[in-house]
Design a protein around this ligand. Structure first.
Ligand code: SME
Length: 175
């Protein structure tokens, strides 16, 4: 059985944390190809790993998970594996932070969700958010969404780290 937390040292620099997180997610996904299995374990490792960091103890993570392109409506995202409170099940492309990441295929780093036009408030505790698109060969597969209870929860180090996490997930799953 693999360890599920990426690193338990709360004061580790975030760059190092993300490098360990990528290795950890590679280790738990490289022998499986089914996306449901891999995204389920990935959401757990991301959520608990981020929560263990000093930065995210001051700015707590309250949701981490995936929305996938809906096979029945390719202009919609549908809820996938996650950790956190019950969330909205469908998000049209272009709506909210997830929909913006899907429509533009670019990471959305939102310092204050209340200033983001059309933000969808699944959990009233969320104040900042980062959404990374999951893209393979230019085809959008879904998004990785992480919410934080405080404003300015995420920065460019998180963006780069989470984009690297998504890359390893894309490589290790059959889509
Ligand atoms: N806030 C997101 C919706 C999903 S939840 O945060 C889990 C958005 O605006 O797209």
């Amino acid at each position: 059985m693999q360890e599920i937390s990426a690193n338990t040292n709360p004061s580790i620099p975030k760059e190092e944390f993300y490098s360990d997180l990528v290795d950890q997610i590679n280790a738990i996904t490289e022998d499986q190809t089914y996306w449901v299995t891999n995204l389920s374990n990935a959401s757990s490792v991301i959520y608990h790993g981020l929560k263990s960091l000093e930065h995210f103890q001051k700015k707590p993570i309250n949701w981490a998970g995936f929305y996938l392109v809906d096979p029945k409506n390719e202009k919609n995202l549908i809820l996938g594996p996650f950790q956190g409170k019950v969330a909205c099940t469908a998000i049209p492309f272009g709506k909210g932070v997830c929909g913006a990441a899907a429509a533009t295929q670019t990471t959305q780093l939102v310092k204050d969700v209340h200033e983001f036009p059309g933000h969808i408030a699944c959990d009233a505790a969320s104040n900042s958010e980062i959404v990374v698109p999951i893209v393979k060969d230019k085809r959008l597969l879904g998004v990785l969404d992480i919410d934080c209870e405080e404003v300015e929860g995420f920065d460019d180090v998180d963006r780069k780290g989470l984009e690297a996490v998504v890359k390893v997930i894309v490589a290790n799953c059959e889509w």
